[in-house]
Structures are given as structure tokens and as C-alpha cells.
Design a protein around this ligand. Structure first.
Ligand SMILES: CC(C)(COP(=O)(O)OP(=O)(O)OC[C@H]1O[C@@H](n2cnc3c(N)ncnc32)[C@H](O)[C@@H]1OP(=O)(O)O)[C@@H](O)C(=O)NCCC(=O)NCCS
Length: 182
């Protein structure tokens, strides 16, 4: 789904453009993912495990653009992607198509400036307009910053998956399963 481009002003005077992702963003999206995944231990892949080719990434972005029940948003400033967030359907099957899944990430240098909130508001409004009845996500138990963002937008924890994440030192983190009814 397409989302028209909007300017989002940051407190330091920089302007961030929020818009939907396009297949032409494939190369910069790969670059963004590699950097961003190295900045947080809380996502499901390491930078090395994000190994799509630009062609594969372009196909994924084209699929998102052409799917009326999916929205992938980017935030960019000074020609660089600094955040991405998406809502998509769990599947087209009749028994689960009322459920949306949300994901979000922001480059560390830009945390705490309202970009995550701006993306959440647009995704929730898209999900409502697209007929989703609930949005679901999982978040690492130690990822309190993300949990605060989700709680602020009405998500609640409905379950805990023990040892959802395992780190190279052998330690684990649980996953919280969160949901927001629309
Ligand atoms: C979680 C994340 C998306 C938040 O994005 P952001 O742009 O920093 O979010 P915002 O600036 O809009 O802040 C949103 C809320 O986060 C919370 N927050 C902000 N700074 C915080 C801090 N220092 N400590 C704890 N919570 C904080 C607040 O509740 C804030 O809302 P408020 O300012 O209205 O109180 C971002 O930190 C990120 O990408 N983290 C790494 C990837 C990740 O964890 N993704 C989620 C995986 S489930």
C-alpha cells in the first residue's frame, strides 16, 4: 500500500520524510538494516543474517507496495533511511485475516525524538482503515524502551514465551506477546 510523503520536524531542526517504501529503496534498505541490526540485541536477526540480495529485497518491497493489506513506512533524512516500520496481515486465510502483525525500528542516533511514535500512529491508523481487528507483536522482555512505546499506543501483554531469544554468551531473554484491539 502507498502512503503519501510527509515531513516530520525533529526538535534539532532536521526534517524527516515519512513515506512508504518502494522497490527502488532496496539498496538503501539493505544498508539501513545492516547498520540498525548492529545497534540493538533485541531483533530476531544479526546483521550477518540479513542476507537478502538487492534483487530479493526489491521483490519484497514490490510485494509490500502492491499488497493493499500491508504498509511499510520509511523515515529518511539527508538521503539516509533512519527508521522503518510495517504492518502486514498474518495471512489471507479467512480465520486469521483479521490479525495484523507490526514491526518497527529506528537508528540509535535518532531514538527518543518521536519518530517511533510518528510511525506507530500512521500504522495503527492504516490498520484500522484496512479492516484489521487486532495488531500483534512480540518484544524482548528486556526491551523496555519498545514496551513503553507499545503501551503508550494501547498494546498489552497477553503472554510470555520463555527463552524466546538466545545470545552468543548462552544467556536468554523471554519474549512478551503483545496485542492491541482495534
Ligand atoms: C523502540 C524504538 C522503535 C522507539 O523508537 P523512538 O523513535 O525512540 O520512539 P519515540 O521517540 O517516539 O519514543 C516513544 C516512547 O518510548 C519511550 N522512551 C523514549 N525514550 C526512552 C528512554 N530513554 N527510556 C525508556 N523509554 C523511552 C517513551 O515511552 C516514549 O514515549 P514518550 O516520549 O511520549 O513518553 C527504538 O528505540 C528502536 O528502534 N529500538 C531498536 C529496535 C527495536 O527494539 N524495535 C522494536 C522491536 S520489538
Amino acid at each position: 500500500m502507498l502512503h503519501s510523503s510527509e515531513i516530520f520536524p525533529l526538535q534539532d531542526g532536521k526534517e524527516v520524510v515519512i513515506r512508504s517504501a518502494d522497490p527502488e529503496d532496496a539498496a538503501s534498505m539493505l544498508q539501513y538494516m545492516k547498520i540498525m541490526l548492529g545497534e540493538t540485541p533485541f531483533l530476531l536477526r544479526t546483521p550477518e543474517e540479513f542476507d537478502y540480495t538487492p534483487e530479493e529485497e526489491a521483490r519484497i518491497l514490490a510485494g509490500r507496495k502492491n499488497d493493499p493489506r500491508s504498509l511499510m513506512l520509511l523515515a529518511e533524512t539527508e538521503g539516509q533511511i533512519i527508521a522503518s516500520a510495517d504492518v502486514c496481515s498474518h495471512g489471507a486465510r479467512s480465520r486469521i485475516r483479521h490479525r495484523g502483525e507490526l514491526g518497527i525500528s529506528v537508528r540509535k542516533d535518532y531514538w527518543g525524538q518521536g519518530i517511533g511514535s510518528a510511525l506507530m500512529e500512521r500504522l495503527i491508523s492504516f490498520a484500522e482503515q484496512s479492516g484489521f481487528e487486532q495488531i500483534e507483536l512480540t518484544v524482548a522482555a528486556k526491551n523496555q524502551r519498545a514496551q513503553r512505546l507499545y503501551r503508550k499506543y494501547g498494546f498489552t501483554v497477553y503472554g510470555t514465551r520463555p527463552h524466546g531469544l538466545k545470545y552468543p554468551d548462552g544467556s536468554y531473554d523471554d519474549d512478551y506477546l503483545m496485542i492491541k484491539a482495534l
